[in-house]
Design a protein around this ligand. Sequence first.
Ligand SMILES: NC(=O)c1ccc[n+]([C@@H]2O[C@H](COP(=O)([O-])OP(=O)(O)OC[C@H]3O[C@@H](n4cnc5c(N)ncnc54)[C@H](O)[C@@H]3O)[C@@H](O)[C@H]2O)c1
Length: 431
Amino acid sequence: MEKICVIGLGYIGLPTASVFAKAGYEVVGIDVNEKVVDSLNKGKIHIEEVGLPELVEEVVSKGKLRASVTAEKADVFIIAVPTPIHDDYSANVDYVIDATKGIVPFLEKGSVVIVESTIPPRTIDDVVAPIIKEAGFDPFNDVYLAHCPERVLPGRILIELIENTRIVGGLTPKAAKKAADVYRAVVTGDVIETEAVTAEMSKLMENTFRDVNIALANELAKISARLGVNAHHVIELANRHPRVNIHLPGPGVGGHCLAVDPYFIIEKAKEESPLITESRRINNSMPDFVVEQIDRMTAELDKPALAICGLTYKGNIDDIRESPALEIAEKLRRDSRYDVRIHDPHVRDEQVSFPLASFKEATKDAHLLVILVDHNEFKSVDEKLLLDNMKTPVIFDTRNCLKTADDTNLTVYRIGDLTKLSAIQEEPVSE
Ligand SMILES: NC(=O)c1ccc[n+]([C@@H]2O[C@H](COP(=O)([O-])OP(=O)(O)OC[C@H]3O[C@@H](n4cnc5c(N)ncnc54)[C@H](O)[C@@H]3O)[C@@H](O)[C@H]2O)c1
């Protein structure tokens, strides 16, 4: 039975290591973070993922999975370390470089090396292969080097790791075949072999496709605000065309994939990627657009009270990385014209540098409730509570997620439908 070494035990590496261990492989997980290693060796995990605690406990107790801070000899090495962007939007592949350097002392002729981290095009050819060459191996003949990107959805990782189609790009066709066979042992979806650079680009284009399409919807929302059109209605009707699928506008694009991966392409082919560049710019401009609409809605009020609901980059998760909602909340907090209260049922106090309020506290005497994330908790609201609690029962739904009754007494503006927008006015206090 083969031995697998998985480098990086985060949201991708740990489930991957566990799935191979469950399939009977001897797996050792490597992480630079000693706490992660210590807790894994006790059968405990440090991340949230459905089904993972039970699986890890099982494979660790059976001796199939263990962790270490340094790599060791194995037949297969899978690298799943972070690939963030620098402040200037260039890719940071330092973790991939360090992880590769960490395994080269343990390589042998015939070793399989797979990078799962999302990487800029040509990273396998121009960055990883030269490190292996420097260590005295011929990367084209002595080892089997490949890129196999991940496309799992948090919350469904253990299912999608098995069922999704996998793209395996080898430095050589033989490397692609050897790496693909590693996955074929556990994956029920298709495992498709290609070249490394094609696999790198296909992963990046998946997320870029979504980013560009969201930018188109966001541009439509801005055009609609200018022309007095209901963009949600336009999208609904246009999507009745059998070959049209316009995405939904929103307050921006966040997270560590969609808001990051397009920059990996832009960096490598700037002149040729004006559409991708502009889409990033449009999506990055949405927090300002939201703040401008809040400004228009509250123009008549002196120190309007805002109940900001939602901070994460998407609904029903606790992740605030690159979150446009967080950016909007921080912009409003810094603006002394507003009294800002912030609520997110999925975010813990220690994740943010400002106080969090309960929904009731946030909406108490508020003039405007702003929904920034489509958490299930915000898809319907207690109308009576808001009518009793808020000073003016007005909602700005930037995710088009709130369902209200037809005869609602709440005023609801949506990001794509600002046709009836008028400034909120407080009722004069009767004598
Ligand atoms: N999380 C997702 O949903 C997802 C989806 C698709 C692709 N990806 C990509 O997968 C890669 C990993 O993402 P993640 O979410 O698992 O990251 P993560 O931050 O959850 O985990 C990465 C782990 O790697 C460890 N690490 C860093 N440098 C190391 C080194 N030199 N040696 C050993 N360990 C090291 C860190 O301590 C950390 O525990 C990234 O390239 C990401 O873009 C992630």
